[in-house]
Design a protein around this ligand. Structure first.
Ligand SMILES: [Zn+2]
Length: 328
């Protein structure tokens, strides 16, 4: 295959091309487009998907894709191809909101979508078609700080495919959360569930930090990890670089998330990376008068992974408070 065809673009070998695909229209008819960056390497190799912005508030992956695809990787020396989109949900990006404003759905819970349903389902369906020809997938997300950076892989019920996912995470080189026993019952509608369960392809979810900003550590970690994956896949030359300046929790880890019972301002008592013991108080929730309304206890021995408070420093009942990593 000399010329790569993606969404109406024809990209010859050794070339980079920029394109776009229509995602829908606003009420005044204004077209809204998903941007695409395609690199067709001079030599044969795998086709890698790089996607960011399924949640339009999560900015770091957009910059990682720009640096990797526009500045660092040269299609003349690339083996295989990269199909990348830095902004997969422009509607949520416009509103600085994690969900699609038009229908209130989390785009990353409705895959594989449906081209006749609501906007989020249509976007999901379009993205599955754009990504259809890829062999390996990286999906960039980001948590609010303070958080550690980590990757997520899920067991797809197939040991060969699982091993490929583990090797992607190992190459990326940061804390890895393994989610086990995944099968149809655990299908959550994420893009990567679709890729693994329907297309049987390896994929990696990357959770960077400082979700709304360009944090130097976050961007550097994302770029280095992505280049490590390209090296692991044989797409570019070079040694895999350890993520030496990134705090990492070693070993094989799972994750639990705790949600708030009471509403109020959150005072974390432990930082990301800190070890915690079962029963230890890890945060206080105070009402606006300053009274403690909830003591948050660690339900397990492990490490604080993130305080992913999606609003400000406050929570309402049921809001996600904390991710805790624990050894398997
Ligand atoms: Zn996300």
């Amino acid at each position: 295959m000399d010329t790569l065809q993606v969404a109406g673009m024809s990209v010859p070998r050794g070339q980079r091309a920029l394109g776009e695909v229509l995602a829908g229209e606003l009420p005044d008819g204004s077209p809204i487009k998903i941007p695409l960056i395609v690199l067709n390497g001079r030599q044969e190799g795998p086709v890698l998907w790089l996607g960011a912005g399924l949640h339009g508030t999560e900015i770091p992956g957009m910059e990682v894709i720009r640096r990797v695809c526009r500045e660092i990787v040269d299609p003349q020396s690339l083996r295989g191809s990269i199909i990348a989109s830095p902004l997969l949900n422009p509607f949520s990006f416009h509103q600085h909101h994690m969900l699609t404003p038009q229908d209130g759905y989390n785009l990353n819970r409705v895959f594989p979508g449906d081209p006749t349903m609501l906007l989020s389902h249509r976007l999901a369906s379009l993205i599955t078609r754009l990504a259809e020809s890829c062999d390996v997938y990286i999906d960039f997300h980001a948590n609010p700080s303070p958080a550690l950076q980590f990757t997520i892989i899920k067991h797809p019920g197939d040991d060969d495919l699982w091993r490929k996912c583990q090797l992607l995470a190992e190459a990326f080189g940061i804390t890895t959360i393994e989610m086990k026993q995944m099968h149809e019952r655990h299908r959550t509608g994420t893009f990567t569930d679709y890729v693994q369960l329907d297309r049987r392809k390896p994929c990696l979810v990357v959770e960077l930090i400082a979700w709304r900003r360009f944090d130097p550590l976050s961007i550097r970690t994302g770029i280095r990890g992505t280049l490590n994956v390209l090296k692991h896949l044989g797409m570019i030359d070079g040694e895999i670089e350890p993520q030496e300046d990134v705090p990492i929790i070693p070993g094989r880890l799972s994750r639990i998330e705790l949600t708030a019972n009471r509403g109020g301002l959150v005072h974390p008592l432990r930082l990301p990376g800190d070890p915690v013991r079962k029963g230890e108080t890890i945060a206080l929730i105070r009402n606006p008068w300053g009274d403690v309304v909830e003591e948050v206890l660690a339900p397990i021995h492990g490490w604080i992974l993130a305080w992913p408070l999606l609003g400000n420093q406050a929570v309402a009942t049921g809001d996600i408070l904390v991710f805790i990593a624990f050894p398997q």
